[in-house]
Design a protein around this ligand. Structure first.
Ligand SMILES: Nc1ncnc2c1ncn2[C@@H]1O[C@H](COP(=O)(O)OP(=O)(O)OP(=O)(O)O)[C@@H](O)[C@H]1O
Ligand SMILES: [Mg+2]
Length: 275
C-alpha cells in the first residue's frame, strides 16, 4: 500500500516518541509499503523564532512569513527536525533520507494569495507538484523519504507550506491509498470522546457547532481535500501510543478517527442492491 504519514511537530519533541515512530515506520517499510513521511514543526519553530527575537503576524490564521522567518523555517524544518527523524528511522533499521523541496525539485509550490489581503503572506505557499519519479526511485531502493513542509517556487525561493495541507496534496499527487495524520491528541474529539468515524457532512457539523478549532479545522479540511482527490481513507490518530501507527496502517479498526468519503445516494443504493 502507498501511504502518506504526516507527523505532528509535537511528536518530534521527545526522543522516545521519535524512536517509537521510527521503529513502526521501519516495520511498515519492511512489509513492502511505499511510504512518504511528512512532518510539521509546531512549537519548536515558534520557540526558535522567539529565541531569534522574531515576532509573527497572522492573517486568516496563517503566519506572515518574511524572509527572516522563512530562513528560520528552513533551518528548523529542513534542518534540525528533518535530520532527527530521518536519522532515527535509519538507526531503527530502514534507510531514510531527509528531503526538502529543493532536493531534485521534489515539491513545487506557488505563493498563496489571501482574499481581501491586508498585506502579503510572504513566503507561504501551497503544493502544486510532486516529483513522483524521484520518490519511486527511493522506494525501489527501499529508502523512506522524509519530507519537511516546504515547497520550491518557480522563483527559486523556498515557501513554507502548512504540513497538513502539504500531506493531503501530496497524497493526492502520488495517488496514495491512505493518508495518516499522527497528532498530539487521541483523534478528533467531540467533548471528551474520540469520534471513531466521520464523513463529509459530519465535518461541517463539527465545525459549525464549534466542536473543533485551530489546527484540527485545517486537518479536517485537508482530509476532505485528500478524499475528494481520490485517497480512499484518511485516519487521524494520536501518535504517542506505542503501536498507534501500525494500527492506523492496518486494514482493521484504528484507535483514532477514520475520515471516509461521502457515499453518494446512488452508489449506496447500488451497493445495497448488490448485497
Ligand atoms: N475537536 C477537536 N479534537 C481534537 N483536537 C482538537 C479539536 N479542536 C481543536 N483541537 C486542537 O487541534 C490540535 C491538533 O492540531 P495542531 O495543528 O496543533 O497539531 P498537528 O497539526 O497534529 O501538528 P503540526 O501543526 O505540528 O503539524 C490539538 O492538539 C487540539 O488542541
Ligand atoms: Mg497543525
Amino acid at each position: 500500500m502507498r501511504m502518506v504519514i504526516k507527523i505532528a511537530g509535537a511528536l518530534l519533541e521527545r526522543d522516545e516518541d521519535v524512536q517509537t515512530l521510527a521503529r513502526q515506520i521501519t516495520e511498515l517499510a519492511r512489509a513492502g509499503h511505499e511510504l512518504l513521511v511528512i512532518h510539521g514543526g509546531g512549537k519548536i519553530f515558534t520557540a526558535t523564532l522567539a529565541r531569534m527575537g522574531i515576532t509573527s503576524r497572522f492573517i486568516n490564521g496563517l503566519r506572515v512569513t518574511d524572509r527572516e522567518t522563512r530562513d528560520a523555517a528552513v533551518m528548523v524544518f529542513a534542518g534540525l527536525l528533518n535530520k532527527k527523524l530521518a536519522g532515527a528511522i535509519s538507526l531503527a533499521g530502514q534507510p531514510a533520507v531527509g528531503i526538502s523541496a529543493a532536493d531534485a525539485a521534489c515539491f513545487l509550490a506557488e505563493p498563496m494569495q489571501v482574499e481581501d489581503c491586508k498585506g502579503s503572506l510572504g513566503f507561504v505557499g501551497y503544493l502544486t507538484e510532486v516529483n513522483v519519479d524521484f520518490l519511486r526511485s527511493l522506494w525501489r531502493e527501499g529508502i523512506v523519504p522524509v519530507a519537511s513542509c516546504l515547497g520550491l517556487g518557480a522563483d527559486g525561493e523556498l515557501y513554507n507550506i502548512n504540513a497538513d495541507h502539504m500531506a493531503a496534496a501530496a497524497a493526492e499527487f502520488i495517488r496514495a491509498d491512505r493518508l495518516i495524520f499522527l497528532t498530539d491528541v487521541a483523534g478528533v474529539l467531540d467533548g471528551d470522546k474520540v469520534v471513531s468515524a466521520l464523513r463529509g457532512t459530519d465535518i461541517e457539523d463539527l465545525i459549525r457547532k464549534n466542536k473543533v478549532s485551530g489546527g484540527m479545522i485545517l486537518k479536517l479540511e485537508a482530509a476532505k481535500r485528500a478524499l475528494a482527490g481520490g485517497v480512499a481513507e484518511v485516519r487521524i490518530v494520536g501518535g504517542s501510543k506505542p503501536r498507534a501507527l501500525l494500527a492506523a496502517a492496518s486494514a482493521g479498526r484504528c484507535p483514532g478517527t477514520r475520515v471516509l468519503p461521502v457515499v453518494r445516494a446512488s452508489a449506496k443504493a447500488a451497493h445495497g442492491a448488490a448485497q
